[in-house]
Design a protein around this ligand. Structure first.
Ligand code: PEP
Ligand code: MG
Length: 592
């Protein structure tokens, strides 16, 4: 049966493929393909994992003391029965044969299928056996992890010409897991949770693959292996489409590929408006390797290197100074003399260090993480970690043009502590004989307090970068990761526009650099607006650069600036923008 699920469009384009359902807690299970000649060996590996657990449970059962409760032996029997059931390992083996999944993936895919069947059972006792099944699968996954040397070499999907593309469906994906998917087999994402600027959405955008978040129940309604279309522009998911709908979307997919190829030709065109205003188009990156995509897209620098992704997935261990230095140096060298703005670590809120999903974080750990010990607050609370990161950044400055950016600043005392720490770090590096050059210091304008007192902050820094994702969140008191209030997350809100416009004007008047690196900068629907406000430096995901460049090449900055006063005074700025700035009516950037 064909049906649609509606969510929030976060990453454009159309993806058509098979659904792969993954429980949020198992998103980190290895997902890769095995070569055709490895299939039998992979099934044998799965069965060895299963047999190891059978052995373990048999031993446990044999060693049960005589006075052990009778239920314990019965429970072990249930687990043993599940392990021997063909519906688990037999069907998991079939995933390996049909889809070439690795054993762990095959097992968790089959678990999702069976879990649904348990959920639908009328009988309470039987329904509750789902928990037993999950425990059994966890044990087998554990056994497979222990025998890791056994695992086959992964092969990339490209080696399987003709394979159906795979689309990931999960209740939630932690940013720490998302980053691993950069190298994954998935060609699109659907999640139940999340907002347009949640970090899961941001990483999906950086991967330039279609994604829809905040669907609330896609992971419950979509079945393993269903055919799915993700319409990343409209925020809809079509499940088991009819042949006509499928053909229509295949056509749109081809059109959008052609459009991308056309835009890519703008790569070497200088970013200059019709009236001759030069505009910097910089890239946002999460990992040093992303710098390559930035250069390919025609970025003239990195405006935001989100270093927190280097700190994730490490089981509590932080990256050493040397490791960080090498990562920053790699990005700096890849940019070949163009500036690289390295932001100090911004963990907390919806970017925890370990792989908690937003929901787990919200409900189990911190009362209100967005307002807690996040970003610079965390760095200042961990001075040796902060100094270590600053040393690594300064050392990278010997290899190219490095700029230092600090997130979430709200107090002048924070800026004083930062400059004091920088002085110490410079002294330490000089004493240790490390080379470094001058590094400009910038702060992010993400908290309304920082925007309101910008003239005071500007006395202490070389540049500012406006983080609209957080500025909107904190100005409107809307959690950016919460789909329940996503409709109120409004970049066109007059208060937001006032703060952005005023910050740009004040920084320019003070002769200081100002850029926008939040998602607004990469959304072509805001290009004219930001140009009208006097912005001349935009930073965005590399994939967005061509579309934004096309908009600014067609813009007359002076004419746009003339519209700004009317727009800022209006009760409906979006309507003014549609009429006078040629912003698309009801485009994807519209209020959700
Ligand atoms: C922002 O808040 O706009 C920003 C760029 O930072 P992040 O999205 O990483 O919080
Ligand atoms: Mg931010």
């Amino acid at each position: 049966m064909s049906f649609q699920v509606f969510g929030i469009a976060v990453s454009r384009g159309v993806a058509i493929g098979r659904a792969v359902l993954v429980a949020s807690s198992r998103v980190d299970v290895a997902h890769y393909f095995v070569a055709p000649d490895q299939i039998q060996a992979e099934i044998a590996r799965l069965l060895r994992g299963r047999d190891a657990v059978v052995q373990e449970l048999e031993t446990l059962k044999d060693e049960l003391p005589d006075d052990a409760p009778h239920e314990l032996a019965a429970l072990l029997d249930v687990h043993l029965m599940l392990l021997h059931d063909e519906a688990l390992t037999g069907s998991a083996s079939q995933w390996i044969v049909d889809r070439h999944y690795n054993a762990e993936w095959a097992l968790s895919a089959q678990l999702e299928v069976l879990a649904r069947q348990f959920d639908e059972m009328e009988d309470d006792y039987l329904r509750e056996r789902k928990a037993d099944l999950e425990q059994v699968v966890e044990r087998v996954l554990g056994a497979l992890a222990q025998a890791q040397g056994d695992a086959p070499a992964p092969v990339t999907p490209r080696d399987f010409a003709g394979e159906d593309p795979l689309l990931l469906v999960a209740a939630d994906i932690a940013p720490a897991d998302m980053i691993q998917f950069k190298r994954s087999v998935f060609r699109g994402f659907i999640t139940d949770i999340g907002g347009k600027t949640s970090h899961t959405a941001i990483v999906a955008r950086s991967m330039d693959i279609p994604a829809v978040v905040g669907t609330r129940e896609a992971s419950r309604l979509i079945m393993q292996d269903d055919w799915v279309i993700i319409d990343g522009d409209a925020g809809t998911v079509i499940v088991n489409p009819s042949p006509i709908v499928l053909e229509e979307y295949r056509f749109r997919q081809r059109q959008s590929e052609l459009e991308r190829a056309r835009l890519a030709r703008l790569r070497h065109t200088p970013a200059v408006t019709l009236d001759g205003e030069h505009v910097e188009l910089h890239a946002n990156i999460e990992m040093p390797v992303d710098a390559e995509a930035a250069v390919v897209a025609g970025a003239t620098g990195v405006g935001l290197f989100r270093t927190e992704f280097l700190f994730m997935n490490r089981d509590g261990e932080l990256p050493s100074e040397e490791e960080q230095f090498l990562a920053y140096k790699a990005a700096v060298e890849a940019m070949k003399g163009m500036p690289v703005t390295i932001r100090t670590v911004d963990v907390g809120a919806d970017k925890p260090l370990d792989r908690l999903t937003v929901n787990e974080l919200r409900h189990e750990h911190v009362l209100n993480p967005a307002m807690g010990l996040r970003a610079i607050r965390w760095s200042l609370a961990e001075p040796s970690m902060f100094r270590q990161q600053l040393r690594a950044i300064y050392r990278a400055s010997a290899f190219g043009k490095v700029r230092l950016l600090v997130p979430m600043v709200a107090h002048l005392s924070e800026v004083r502590q930062i400059t004091e720490t920088i002085r110490k770090v410079q002294q330490q590096l000089t004493d240790a004989g490390h080379a470094f050059t001058r590094v400009e210091l910038g702060v992010m304008i993400e908290i309304p307090a920082a925007a309101v007192m910008l003239p005071l902050l500007l006395r202490h820094v070389d540049f500012v970068s406006i983080g609209t994702n957080d500025l909107i969140q904190y100005t409107l008191a809307i959690d950016r990761a919460d789909e329940a209030v996503a409709h109120l997350y409004d970049p066109w809100h007059p208060a937001v526009l006032q703060l952005i416009s005023q910050s740009i004007a004040q920084a320019r008047a003070a002769g200081k650099g100002v850029s926008v690196c939040g998602e607004m900068a990469g959304d072509p629907d805001f290009t004219e607006l930001l140009l009208a406000m006097g912005l001349r430096s935009f930073s965005m995901h590399p994939s967005q650069i061509p579309a934004v460049k096309q908009r600014l090449l067609r813009s007359d900055a002076q004419r746009l600036a003339g519209v700004l006063p009317r727009l800022l005074e209006s009760e409906d700025p979006r309507a003014v923008a549609e009429k006078e700035l040629a912003v698309a009516k009801g485009g994807v950037a519209a209020v959700h």
